[in-house]
Design a protein around this ligand. Sequence first.
Ligand code: PRP
Ligand code: URA
Length: 209
Amino acid sequence: MSTLHVVDHPLIVHKLSIMRNKRTGSKDFRELLNEIAMLMGYELTRDLPLEDVEIETPIKKMTAKRVSGKKLAIVPILRAGLGMVDGLQSLVPVAKVGHIGLYRDPETHLPVEYYCKLPLDIEDRITILVDPMLATGGSAVDALTMLKNKGCKHIRFMCLVAAPEGVAKVQAAHPDVEIYTAALDECLNEHAYIVPGLGDAGDRIFGTM
Ligand code: PRP
Ligand code: URA
């Protein structure tokens, strides 16, 4: 089974608390989400391999290190995943970005696919699937399946708030995918919203409440 990484650095916890507050408006919510995405991205990329490179400083020649291995792709699940892309791209500006469009049917809570556009060479990249909310896990499981159907073999999933139900579902369906979250919340309510959560992430990012 894959590992659940709860990235609970004090700065992340502090910023997430502001996001959870229902009085926090869209502008602050968006800024904080991107800041947290960047901080979490630092943890998620911690094990990237390094290789030697010969360089010359103003003082002398030296053997320095640079990131080697596979290039990265960032894939947000629309809409809310878009709110984490800029933060991650500021860390890895050369990463390519794909998009997967899914929305939850309000009655069944099951994901419905409406869009998929991925980099052509995505199977050669380490792919970071991003979505702030992991609730029932249906959207993440479907998006991961779509990525694997396109040939992706190295995928990490990054969210902001996870419910235990969603974590269990992703781990059961995709045991090879490491999950990174800023918080593991209590449960889901009768509308499949995360409790205590932060409400509807897409609506709070884009002001569509
Ligand atoms: C939200 C969220 C996830 C999904 C999580 O998206 O951004 O994609 O729900 O729920 P699940 O784990 O139960 O599948 P939503 O369907 O509300 O679409 P939106 O981002 O366009 O608002
Ligand atoms: N989607 C959200 O945006 N929030 C939740 O709590 C659950 C699904």
